[in-house]
Design a protein around this ligand. Structure first.
Ligand code: NAI
Ligand code: MG
Length: 359
């Protein structure tokens, strides 16, 4: 059956990087991948064209797709929009919510060719390969009640940190299954010494563990996890945590690898449908100049092939092609060393395609 992929270029460097990723998808089609690829507007571009950052037509196409590839949204042009519901970021949040994308996968993989770029000493990060599984649609970012109000003559702000057992269980299963496919180690990060909601979190993870006897489950308090991540990051394989802790830890883990231009991500729902996007934003400072690194987006295509389309061999081939161009010394400006020659967005795309074909 022909599967559907929807590409949402978005704003800033979004169109430049998704263009290169689309070429890689086309190369996969030439290898027999049976997919239909369509494009639609999202974010500021969609607001300009249709008055909404997530037009009905785009949402309908996203719902019907097996997988969505998103570039990035946002930029100074739309920052002053008075109506917050029209801001580009609402397009992204709307997609996450409407598609029920609760499982966010954030790999932090160090390419040996770029070890110099890490914030840590090479020996601490050589071979680093962590997968952070972050719950994305619940927790304190969404809990009710929330607000700022007057109490006893002063203003107070409050949010609610809430997870149901069912929400914890479904993200737990994603993480245990991920650990089964990787190094068989799962570290669940919580604050169970202080927060009841994470006491329940820990209890549910413990309850699931016997169903995955090949996975070694451990627990860590989030403050210690932050410390361990920068002290000895290689102790981690798969990490599972809630929305807020995951937001922070995944950004910290990402920086251990050095470059924001290299980091893909996936967000999955219960039926395996997913949205795939680079971790970086729309980089308005370099947009339209051919300077953007397309590798995070190309690597997001690899994740799409692996997690939504069941094509691990093609995913590995893309990842190997990226490894090959790095071996060959190709660098966009963001990953080039001082004084090193750099290539443009499309030259990097050319090189990945050539390496993909040659493998
Ligand atoms: P950013 O990730 O866009 O840029 C941070 C820095 O990294 C900039 O110096 C940029 O040039 C560089 N950079 C990012 N991606 C790169 C790439 N592929 N190649 C080379 N260099 C790259 O984050 P920033 O500046 O905080 O936000 C810019 C805009 O992007 C804002 O409007 C923000 O709201 C939006 N944004 C969108 C996201 C999304 O669509 N998922 C995520 C984060 C921010
Ligand atoms: Mg973040």
């Amino acid at each position: 059956m022909t599967r559907k992929i929807l590409v949402l270029p978005g704003d800033g460097i979004g169109p430049e990087i998704t263009a290169q990723a689309s070429r890689v998808l086309a190369a996969c089609q030439a290898q027999g991948l049976d997919v239909e690829v369509a494009e639609a507007p999202v974010g500021g571009a969609a607001y300009d064209a249709e008055g909404s950052p997530l037009p009905e037509g785009t949402l309908a196409k996203a719902r019907a797709a097996d997988a969505v590839l998103l570039g990035a949204v946002g930029g100074p042009k739309w920052d002053k929009l008075e109506d917050i519901s029209k801001r580009p970021e609402k397009g992204l949040l709307g997609l996450r919510k409407e598609l029920g994308l609760f499982g966010n996968l954030r790999p932090a993989l160090l390419y040996p060719q770029l070890a110099e770029a890490s914030s840590l000493k090479p020996e601490l990060v050589a071979g680093l390969d962590i997968m952070i599984v972050r719950e994305l649609t619940g927790g304190i970012y969404f809990g009710q009640p929330r607000g700022i109000e007057e109490r006893d003559g002063q203003r107070v702000g409050y949010n609610t940190y809430v997870y149901s057992e069912a929400e914890i269980e479904r993200i737990g299963r994603v993480a245990f299954e991920m650990a089964q496919k990787r190094g068989k180690k799962l570290c669940s990060v919580d604050k169970a010494n202080v927060l009841e909601v994470t006491m329940l979190w820990r209890e549910v993870m413990e309850r699931l563990a016997p169903e995955y006897p090949d996975v070694a489950l451990s627990h860590m308090y989030v403050d210690n996890a932050a410390m361990q991540l920068v002290r000895a990051p290689k102790q981690f394989d798969v990490v599972v945590t809630g929305n807020m802790f995951g937001d922070i830890l995944s950004d910290a883990a990402a920086m251990l690898t050095g470059s924001i231009g290299m980091l893909p991500s996936a967000s999955l729902n219960e039926s395996g449908q997913g949205m795939y996007e680079p971790c970086h934003g729309s980089a308005p400072d370099i947009a339209g100049q051919g300077l953007a690194n397309p590798l995070a987006t190309i690597l997001s295509v690899a994740m799409m092939l692996r997690y939504s389309l069941g094509e691990p061999a093609l995913a590995e081939r893309i990842e190997a092609a990226v490894g090959k161009v790095l071996d060959d010394g190709l660098r966009t400006a963001d990953i080039a060393a001082e004084g090193e020659r750099s290539v443009s967005t499309s030259e990097m795309g050319d090189a990945v395609l050539a390496a993909f074909e040659a493998l």
